[in-house]
Design a protein around this ligand. Sequence first.
Ligand code: CTP
Length: 412
Amino acid sequence: MTERPRPNESRRRVVALAVTGSIAAYKAVEVARLLVKAGHRVLPLMTASATRFVGPVTLSGICGEPVATDMWDPTYPGELHVALADRADVVAIVSATADVLARLAHGRADDLVAATALCAKGPVLVAPAMHPRMWSHPATRANLAELARQGRVSVVGPVVGPVASGDVGMGRMAEPVEIARAIEELLAGAGDLSGRRVVVTAGPTFEPIDPVRFLGNRSSGRMGFALAARARARGADVVLVAGPVALPTPAGVERRDVETAEQMRAALADALGPDLGGADAVVMAAAVADFRPASASGTKIKKDASSAPPAIALAQNPDLIAEIASKRSGPKPVLVAFALETGDDASVLGYARRKLEQKRVDLVVANAAHESLGHADNRVALVDAAGASPFVAATKDALADRILDRLVTLLG
Ligand code: CTP
């Protein structure tokens, strides 16, 4: 017989692993097993409803720790939620129901799990699992937006797939290995982008026709903001050059607001410096307008019933990412462009490959316009010199992590 190795207690990292009541709760056991196997101490907590899905004995057996379920546990001296939060380097809620997301968003502390998360001294991670209709409900969307605004909770998944009812959609919990990996990243303290400077652009540009009108596009900026937030969470120093969007600035990110492609160009030049040494990577998620009115009227253009509507002559905007690529003399900064296309997957990939070559960038994120524009989710394929990955559908946050995983590899 070989005994389980006991790591040096003082160097063991501690995860408070909280389970709330969804069918996916059984997968929390596997997350616990992976964390214990990696040498971490896992303190399990369960809501009362979670105990209906998974037996506490299973979790305590895997973790080698008692399961805490009750804030008022009489055997415990003092405040259990404070003691757990004090000990935990990371509080992870796996699986997280729509209900616990709502309670976290509003700072509720009405059970042991919510109170421990509210009291956490370090990062909090949630792995949501719910029926797709609950995930897409405006209330859940609003709660997630509020958590993103507060910038204290990382969200892993969910993914598209079959859920317990047999329905298929966005709401299936991320796989235990993905969740354990995200927890490991948080435990590492310094993420895998620590020490890196990343410039992200996001949103549309508005090109003025006159003082009140502009040419624009439907980009919401969500993909770029998710990239900025996740890059920051993974340790990067992030400058976010944002076109006109109504999104809150992710915590810890330096934001520069611009309106036009010309202004975005200037903001990029400023962030990168003359030798492009100001960034290790540039991620161009912005939908930069290819054309602008050749000359914007200084005064509002008036309609004149007696004559034809005015024609708007267009001028081409500079291709900002291609311009940066042409100035680059070495591998840095790593350049990531997006290809937002209409058409089927094969034609989207074809355009993406062409952009990779024409713009001389390192990675192109290919996505279809009807699945991306204005949606919280997206479906993308990553195209680089080595080829194209399969298309993956997920939340923009989850996709941001996949894109950043590839960026980390490209940064070497
Ligand atoms: N981009 C840029 N500067 C521009 C236009 C686009 O840097 N003036 C970047 C975008 O941020 C995105 C990528 O290039 O990363 C998109 O490529 P683009 O050539 O704009 O795609 P389309 O306009 O869709 O291309 P096409 O005209 O070939 O359809």
